[in-house]
Design a protein around this ligand. Structure first.
Ligand code: NAD
Length: 509
């Protein structure tokens, strides 16, 4: 294999690289592109190496794919502690939450892929029409080439590596761009990935907007982007220049409707869990709760109690409660809270970026001044919004962008049927938020404004492969003679009966 290139800025990685990266220069202008840093391979060189490796056929054998997935598994299991430290430093995540929602999540995705890889990669036989017997047809999954994965900061490990599982299982080379807003996790990835995986085929490019912009200049065979819709548009435009297919895993406001017949204590506990995991910085967190006046009134004390049960009397002291990613998001979130509307919570500490689990009551959700109902909250603030009943809840959901997730707490089959039939969302969860992500057989992705494309499990293989139709026809007997001119009477009869039946009247030729 050719020599290694890594764009890591971590000193520890320098002994693993042929061209050691220089230590980061604190005084360097933020706009410096990777190619402008002496001694560090440019983004173009990184992508070219990934492409040469793919073109050489290195990534195609199943053995290579299995070895990479096993290496990725080792990376996660053997380095769990340093990964957890990085996640704690970036987002205040506890050890257990890091395992459940990040490291262990990817391990489960790998194990599922390793268990099923052989059958997923097996060519699928397809029946040929009578006119092509004794031909044989099959669909072969072939890798696309070099895939760019651009990840966000909120699950900075999972959202970089879970797509990578599919990229590798499908036999592609990869360039990963972790989020600069989770710098500790980005550094760990930049150090461990080239150390444990095939360094020619799998690359990590650290950095922010300039680096991502430089990457988007390059030609990839697929771009997988997770993040906000504004940047999603930038990615899509850049991809259009190369006709590169794109998956956009976006966000938005995910509503939760609590029906009058719901088991309210269970609903309160599960909503609190779904909303305040990772301090609300979860793309599929319940953004707000819809319910009738009576249901919301009954739910309020139960939510207060569920927060206390989950995070104790003072969530600031809970080892299981996270922190806001940075000062900008902290200020944005505290600015959303109108003290008059607070049901519980609202306390904050800018120095530690702590924002208490907060429930607020929104009296006029249509008020253009109510920013809390305009944009995705993406933090630990839960608005309660009164609706008249089931029809009003369905209308409320349908009157807005199609959400990434929609949750309904109900005991009624009729309510369930109504939401399945009359609403559209990336996913629909009854009586439980978030959990659909952990079902390997369920595709994960958005619809409309919440994204395009889906992955997880076998859907990832589909996403990062081309389903190539392969038809093979013996040369004798030469059955194609029937469809080749000149069209004699005999041929016309055969065409009408065997090749393309269904015509009502036969015309002359
Ligand atoms: P972010 O700021 O980390 O950005 C995501 C990526 O885009 C980063 O790698 C960043 O470097 C890059 N980027 C930022 N600005 C850019 C620009 N101008 N040009 C090119 N690249 C740029 O993360 P974020 O966007 O704040 O993430 C939060 C959003 O992501 C929320 O809306 C959330 O709902 C959504 N999200 C969706 C999913 C999902 O699976 N659907 C998962 C997590 C988050």
């Amino acid at each position: 294999m050719s020599r290694t290139v890594s764009t890591t800025t971590d000193d520890e990685a320098s002994d693993r690289t042929v061209e050691p990266a220089p230590a980061p220069d604190a005084a360097a202008p933020a706009a410096a592109t990777p190619s402008a840093v002496p001694g560090r391979p440019s983004v173009g060189e990184v992508v070219a190496l990934a492409r040469r490796t793919f073109d050489a056929g290195v990534t195609k054998p199943r053995e290579w794919r299995v070895a990479q997935l096993q290496a990725l598994r080792r990376l996660l299991v053997e380095h769990e502690d340093e990964i957890a430290q990085a996640l704690h430093s970036d987002l205040g995540k506890s050890l257990t939450e890091s395992w459940v929602t990040e490291t262990g999540f990817v391990v489960a995705e790998i194990d599922h892929a390793l268990r099923h890889l052989r059958s997923w990669l097996a060519p699928r036989r397809v029946r040929v029409p009578l006119s092509l017997v004794p031909g044989r047809a099959k669909v072969v999954r072939e890798p696309l080439g070099v895939v760019l994965v651009i990840a966000p900061w909120n699950y900075p490990l999972q959202l970089c590596l879970a797509p990578l599982v599919g990229v590798l299982a499908a036999g592609n080379a990869a360039v990963l761009k972790p989020s600069e807003l989770a710098p500790a996790t980005s550094r760990v990835l930049a150090r461990l990935v080239p150390a444990l995986l095939d360094r020619d085929a799998v690359h990590v490019v650290e950095g922010g907007v300039p680096e991502t912009t430089a990457l988007l200049e390059e030609r990839f065979d697929h771009i997988f982007y997770t993040g906000n819709g504004a940047v999603g548009r930038i990615v899509l435009e850049a991809a259009a220049r190369h006709l590169t297919p794109v998956t956009l895993e976006l966000g938005g406001k995910s509503p939760t409707y609590v029906s009058d017949d719901a088991d309210l204590p269970v609903a309160a506990r599960r909503i609190v869990w779904g909303k305040f995991t990772n301090a609300g910085q979860t793309c599929v967190a319940p953004d707000y709760v819809l319910g009738s006046r009576a249901t919301l009134e009954a739910l309020k004390p139960l939510l207060v109690e569920a927060i206390r049960e989950t995070f104790g009397d003072d969530p600031a002291e809970s080892p299981d409660y996270g922190r806001i990613v940075d000062a900008r998001h902290f200020e944005r979130l505290t600015g959303l809270i109108d003290p008059v509307q607070v049901v519980t919570g609202g306390r904050s500490d800018a120095a530690s970026r702590y924002l208490e689990p907060t429930v607020v009551e929104v009296r006029d959700p249509g008020d253009p001044a109510a920013a809390i109902m305009r944009d995705e909250i993406f933090g630990p603030v839960l608005p309660l919004v009164e609706v008249a009943g089931l029809d009003a809840a369905v209308d409320f959901v349908n009157g807005r962008d199609k959400p990434l997730a929609l949750y309904v707490f109900t005991a009624s089959d009729e309510v369930r049927r109504r939401f399945v039939r009359d609403t559209s969302s990336g996913a629909l969860g009854f009586n439980v938020p978030l959990a659909h992500l952990s079902v390997h057989g369920l595709p994960f992705g958005g619809v409309g404004a919440s994204g395009m494309g889906a992955y997880h499990g076998e859907r990832s293989i589909e996403l990062f492969s081309h389903a190539k139709p392969v038809l093979s026809l013996p040369t004798r007997p030469d059955t194609t003679a029937v469809v080749r001119p000149p069209f004699t009477d005999l041929k016309r009869r055969l065409i009408d009966r065997v090749v393309a039946p269904g015509r009502r009247r036969r015309r002359a030729s």
